[in-house]
Design a protein around this ligand. Structure first.
Ligand SMILES: [Zn+2]
Length: 475
């Protein structure tokens, strides 16, 4: 009888689940702390001075002050004599590209950052461009995002060159000047490298960081290193009509049409959850460290419990959910100019964040299918596809090693970035594009990025330099 067979199946499944749970072991990567005698004061002051140059980028370029960008480049030239001495230097768009020749031009590495910052809103406690140094922090716009990593790159390379280090491979330092406005520097630098036939062995940009409470039951801090990025697509919906008068409105107006479309999109379950490779790797790395047997069992047996994990993602929402699916945010609505006037045209802007494996084309078609209204024009006004997934192999091992030599107590895990960085442009010239900002940040710190009273601990400033030295010593 079939139900008898089914009954027999249950103990077999239980045995498989338990076996997999107990053999779900964490990998160990023991590493000794490696600390270098750097000039702390120099590193702290360099960052402070970088902060004092207000390199604010604006989509509306007329609001920028080009002088500040020139000043910043001049500062870099004057601050790092060893680098300037040996490197070739180019300005590409508003980006800076240094090449430090190594013994071989094959398999170079690229260390990236950006030196533009987002504007400052009213309400900061101190001058956002003071670069004020206290006993514990450096204050100002750009300290976390991301002059700190630019500073750490420059300080570490300068330190190594002052010790007569010769790199085995060429080292490129590539800093864009318009990351925050999706500007042309980074793509232009990539184009330049590509036109010279340069295929970087590894690219490292800002991205993940060292965070607490990353995963249920894992008490260690986790250094999350992005190995892929979600894409984005801005979609504009436009509904039009012949107009009319607000005192005698027709039943359907552009506004009601748009409202219907938005409602349909918002309620539709069409953006399916999927566990992509970077998310799988994140869970496989962290779940074995969990003190919770249930969590371990769940993640050791995704073949059985995947629906449950997806349900948990749906219930928890936020970044956890965003790692699983393409998200849509309704952001920009426009109708008529006055409350007593019917619009002849109404528009709605929607920001999609595309998960790896889901292309803009597929999503766009789906939107049209869901709305099913010929009177509404659907158009993509900006597209950047999700990146390919970088390999987690010997290149990743080098990044992990440098992290553990700097912070021996943390775990290191690959993950999927839900935000975008300039390094997305590098995926087609390198299989190892990693996204990691070497700093230990709290939730409060993360809120300061693009927010108020941005500052960075001096501890992080110094650790950042140590991290890049530990990384570069392997090349
Ligand atoms: Zn940034």
């Amino acid at each position: 009888m079939p139900w008898l067979y089914l009954l027999l199946l249950i103990p077999i499944i239980v045995i498989i689940v338990l076996y997999r749970t107990f053999s779900f072991k964490a990998k160990d990567y023991p590493e000794m702390k490696k600390w270098h005698e750097i000039n702390d004061q120099h590193a702290i002051e360099s960052l402070s001075k970088m902060i004092q140059i207000p390199t604010v980028s604006h989509v509306d370029r007329s609001k920028e002050n080009p002088e500040t960008f020139i000043q910043f480049k001049a500062f870099i030239q004057s601050r790092y004599p060893h680098i300037v001495n040996v490197a070739t230097y180019e300005e590409i768009e508003r980006g800076l590209l240094f090449k430090i020749p190594g013994e071989s031009s094959e398999e170079p590495i690229v260390l990236m950052s950006h030196y533009d910052v987002v504007p400052v809103q009213e309400g900061w406690k101190k001058d956002a461009f003071s670069g004020h140094i206290s006993d514990t922090h450096v204050y100002g716009r750009g300290t976390l995002d991301t002059k700190s990593s630019l500073n750490a790159v420059m300080e570490s390379v300068e330190y190594l060159l002052s010790k007569n280090k010769v790199f085995k491979h060429d080292v490129y330092l590539a800093f864009s000047g318009d990351e925050e406005i999706f500007g042309p520097s980074a793509p232009a630098i990539v184009e330049t490298l590509q036109s010279r036939g340069i295929k970087p062995y590894m690219v490292l940009d800002e991205g993940g960081a060292i965070v607490s409470n990353m995963f249920p039951g894992v008490k260690e801090k986790v250094a999350v290193v992005g190995i892929a990025e979600k894409g984005f697509m801005n979609v504009k919906l436009t509904a039009t009509s012949k107009g009319g008068h607000a005192s005698t409105p027709p039943k359907q107006t552009p506004m009601t049409r748009l409202a219907k479309a938005v409602n349909k999109l918002n309620n539709h379950k069409s953006f399916k959850l999927k566990m992509t490779e970077p998310v799988k790797q994140l869970f496989n790395t962290l779940a074995p460290h969990s003190s919770s047997f249930g969590i371990k069992m769940l993640f050791a047996n995704l073949w059985l419990f995947m629906p449950l994990v997806k349900l948990i993602a749906k219930l928890s929402g936020g970044e956890f959910l965003a790692m699983f699916k393409t998200t849509q945010a309704f952001t920009l609505a426009e109708g008529s100019q006055a409350i007593n006037v019917l619009p002849s045209e109404a528009t709605m802007g929607i920001n999609y964040r595309l998960r790896p494996g889901e292309t803009s084309e597929v999503v766009l078609k789906r939107i049209q299918k869901i709305i099913k209204d010929d009177m509404i024009k659907v158009e993509a006004v900006a597209i950047s596809e999700a990146t390919p997934v970088s390999l987690v192999d010997d290149a990743f091992d080098k990044v992990r090693k440098a992290i553990l030599q700097t912070w021996p107590e943390v775990l290191v895990a690959p993950y999927l970035m839900v935000a975008t960085t300039d390094s997305r442009h590098y995926h087609h010239i390198s299989d190892h594009v990693y996204k990691f900002s070497p700093m230990d940040v709290s939730k409060a710190d993360l809120a300061k990025i693009h927010g108020y009273d941005e500052d960075i601990s001096i501890d992080n400033v110094i650790h950042g330099v140590q991290f890049y030295i530990n990384l570069l010593e392997q090349f």
